[in-house]
Design a protein around this ligand. Structure first.
Ligand SMILES: O=P(O)(O)O[C@@H]1C[C@H](O)[C@@H](CO)O1
Ligand SMILES: O=c1cc[nH]c(=O)[nH]1
Length: 356
């Protein structure tokens, strides 16, 4: 589909299943990422400013050529915890006396960790923040020659009619105006890009939820708001020019449209990954039921436990992939970015590992 045009079946994203897995616009035959930007390869170097990396200052192929999963979520702490969790889950061993390092620490913007084939990176809050990160992570995958990377957002959200702590796998993303696309002004004109997620990954993730999980995992539409307060119909912001009844009517309307949850990154995440030909999924946990209130009042420990739920599902998915590829038990501390402990920030030499 040409740039800026919205897919004819955008309302239901029906063409997703027919999407070519190796679109020549976005993939080289070996599965490495092709950029839809002719300028980049003409540049002497490409500085990935917000993640503190560069195509000339770093050997990006050596550092990131083995990446298969780019997992992102709002906070640095969540992504650091996820990096440690996934290391445990996939049996990844760091060299003795070393610990994971924040690769992007000197950007003072985002935090990024790498555990073998998995990147865990924070994206901050909202559309512009995740948009900038996505540009740089997609370019990073291109420079690194990573093959068929999958992007997954691990987030929090407000649920609609769901028990707090429910895990929601997004099957499509809609903005606050009801568009199943991401609209961004470019050169003075609004460009709309379809916000599509990979239906197969949605099914695979859902199949990995377990009846033994002490919470529900559901699939549904995710609304991406531009704001946490008025943009999500809350009545507890600094301003509010509508009534509780107006709010309830609005939320009920969303429910009728199949919206299960509201967060703040889904449309750019779905649209920019789709535009780059990168398969992507969003798994969020609901912190509250928005039909019953606005304040996030659950205690910190409860919220922390909730946040682990999407991580567990995504870890099952990654493990299954690695098992299928026969890689699970052979991860031995290469391909990570680590610091020697307690010495500060010394890079441990790494070897890249590549999946077939
Ligand atoms: O991944 P996170 O928990 O940051 O996702 C949601 C959407 C906003 O970024 C933020 C608002 O509290 O949480
Ligand atoms: O209600 C909520 C909770 C978390 N994140 C959101 O964007 N909204």
């Amino acid at each position: 589909m040409s740039e800026g045009k919205v897919c004819m079946c955008e309302k239901k994203n029906d063409c997703e299943e027919k999407q070519s897995v190796a679109d020549p616009d976005t993939r080289y035959p070996d599965g490495t990422v092709k950029l839809r930007n002719p300028h980049i390869e003409l540049m002497d170097q490409d500085i990935l400013y917000h993640i503190a990396l560069g195509s000339e200052s770093h050997d990006l192929v050596e550092m990131f050529g083995d990446v298969k999963f780019v997992c992102m979520g709002g906070t640095p702490n969540r992504m650091k915890n996820f990096a440690h969790f996934i290391m445990e889950e996939i049996g990844y061993k760091l060299p003795t006396g070393t610990d994971l390092m924040d690769i992007s620490q000197y950007s003072y913007r985002y935090s990024m960790y790498k555990v073998g084939p998995v990147i865990a990176v924070s994206h901050g809050m909202g559309v512009p923040s995740i948009g900038i990160l996505l540009h740089e992570m997609i370019k990073l995958m291109y420079h690194a020659k990573a093959q068929d990377p999958v992007f997954i957002r691990i987030g929090t959200c407000g649920g609609l009619g769901l028990e707090p702590g429910t895990v929601v796998i997004s099957d499509q993303a809609v903005d606050g105006l009801g568009n199943y696309s991401y609209s961004v002004p470019i050169l003075g004109e609004v460009v709309k890009r379809p916000a599509k997620l990979d239906k197969k990954i949605v099914r695979e993730l859902k199949a990995l939820s377990s009846v033994d999980d002490p919470y529900e995992t559901v699939v549904g539409t995710t609304m991406c708001a531009e704001d946490f307060y008025e943009g999500q119909g809350r009545i507890d912001g600094a301003f509010c020019d509508y009534t509780e009844v107006d709010k309830q009517n609005y939320l009920e309307k969303l429910v009728k449209q199949g919206v299960k949850n509201i967060e703040m990154e889904a449309t750019p995440f779905a649209a920019l990954t789709h535009h780059a030909g990168i398969k992507a999924a969003i798994v969020c946990v609901t912190l509250l039921n928005r039909l019953k209130g606005d304040q996030v009042a659950a205690p910190k420990e409860v919220i922390n436990e909730y946040q682990e739920r999407p991580q567990k599902l995504v870890a099952r998915y990654i493990k299954k992939y690695l098992q299928t590829k026969g890689r699970l038990c052979s991860l031995d501390g290469h391909g990570s970015m680590a610091v020697k402990s307690p010495r500060r920030f010394k890079l441990v030499q790494q070897e890249s590992q590549t999946f077939e």
